[in-house]
Design a protein around this ligand. Structure first.
Ligand code: RNT
Ligand code: ZN
Length: 414
């Protein structure tokens, strides 16, 4: 059977459940995923030779890491060739393109101009993140929540400059940019006062977000713990949730930043009632690491269901956040993007109105029966068809293209 014949079969099966497959495909077309540039080079960036710090860690020694901006862009363009639809690219401040020796508190839109030109050429949007790690000024373990005014002010200036850059992206590309703030601040061991650093962080944020800027969506990212900050993080979920609600800022939920039994999919509908904008950092926690390649598991499916079933897509941006240096980095990107799209597609292929009605009628037997049957319907055949009509490799075929791209890197990159 051809991919098209498979699609027709799937379509007739979904039709029995009252699901319009083509409509689901069109909906998926308009869900961009912000691709994390930092998967391509192990979060090194192009600012300095400083080692990765801030309680995050990249493990693995797979060859062919992107070592220049040109290599990173080539790799991203290769990713675009292997996944259907248009996406976005998420940059960190340390991915600036300049030969100037400048402080991180002096970065400006002009240092990212070549990225904007590249994004225009690719027809994609850009997002941004200030970088408050891998830097001597963050070596104390504290940045925006530092008690040291010199350190704190340095990072306030950095984030203010970062917001200007995000706003520049939004304006230049006519496509609002998310500017997401994550800080590594925390204590390895039990603190005496849990409040003091939070007061400092609050002061910093008040200063940073005082200025409103066009074409920008500000989001705040919490974390439960980091390596070396196991006992306390200043920017906890409660802290940012409160701050975002009070000041009408966006909230970022990294799916790797919660207790293992917490479900981010359950949080979205609650947060969405009080916060205008949400950003997802789609990731996969494994033991102590919060950043494994996204897998098509129940956690991911739960997030996709929350977004689709409760109409939260319009107030949510989806970004990926993981870094794996133990496998081909392009495959890491592609597998995570494809999984995110598959989870969304599967959720889009549910008979929404019917299920709502069944639930409202308190027909829980029928609800369970439907939800379980739906799990085994052939969404994969629909995804294959999307790849085909978008001229992307179908199924496992993407691997061949990655292998030949990799073969080309031999001798050119270490
Ligand atoms: C760290 C946060 C943060 C980073 C990126 C590189 O735990 O998840 O989002 O992963 O900014
Ligand atoms: Zn994150």
């Amino acid at each position: 059977m051809t991919t098209h014949e498979n699609y027709l079969l799937a379509k007739s099966i979904y039709h029995k459940y009252g699901v319009d497959v083509d409509q689901a495909i069109e909906q998926l077309r308009h869900i961009p995923i912000s691709i994390q540039c930092w998967q391509g080079d192990d979060v090194k960036g192009f600012y300095s030779e400083a080692a990765l710090s801030g309680g995050i860690s990249v493990t693995g020694n797979y060859p062919y890491r992107a070592r220049t901006i040109a290599e990173l862009r080539n790799d991203l363009e290769q990713v675009f060739k292997l996944v259907p639809f248009k996406h976005r690219v998420n940059l960190h401040a340390i991915y600036l393109d300049t030969k100037e020796k400048i402080g991180l508190d002096e970065i400006e839109p002009k240092h990212f101009e070549t990225w904007v030109n590249w994004a225009i050429k690719q027809g994609i949007g850009l997002d941004f993140n200030p970088t408050l790690f891998s830097h001597p000024m963050s070596s104390s373990g504290f940045t925006l929540s530092s008690q040291n005014e010199h350190i704190r002010q340095f990072w306030v200036r950095h984030v203010k400059q970062s917001r200007k850059i995000a706003s520049y992206f939004g304006e230049a590309l006519n496509n609002p940019a998310v500017c997401n703030l994550w800080i590594p601040d925390g204590y390895k061991d039990t603190p005496y006062s849990r409040l003091s650093p939070r007061v400092q962080l609050q002061k910093s944020l008040d200063d940073i977000y005082e200025q409103s800027l066009p074409s920008i969506k500000d989001t705040l990212e919490s974390k439960l713990f980091g390596i070396g900050a196991e006992s306390y993080t200043t920017g906890s979920h409660e802290f940012y949730m409160g701050y975002a609600v009070k000041h009408q800022l966006g909230l970022c939920l990294d799916t790797g930043h919660f207790h293992p039994t917490e479900q981010v999919g359950d949080k979205l509908s609650a947060i969405g009632l009080f916060v205008n904008h949400m950003l997802l950092h789609v990731s996969r926690p494994v033991r102590w690491d919060s950043d494994h390649v996204v897998s098509l598991n129940d956690d991911l499916q739960g997030v996709a269901e929350a977004l689709v079933r409760d109409d939260l897509l319009k107030q949510t941006s989806i970004g990926l956040d993981y870094f794996d240096a133990s496998i081909n980095r392009i495959a890491a990107w592609v597998i995570g993007i494809r999984n995110s799209q598959k989870a969304l597609l599967k959720a889009l292929l549910e008979p929404k109105e019917l299920l709502k009605k069944i639930e409202q009628e308190q027909n829980y037997t029928v609800r369970l029966a439907y939800l379980e049957e739906l799990k085994a319907l052939p969404f994969g055949l629909v995804y294959d068809y999307i790849c085909e009509i978008e001229h992307k490799p179908v199924g496992i075929e993407f691997l061949k293209e990655i292998e030949s791209y990799e073969a080309n890197m031999k001798g050119k990159r270490p």
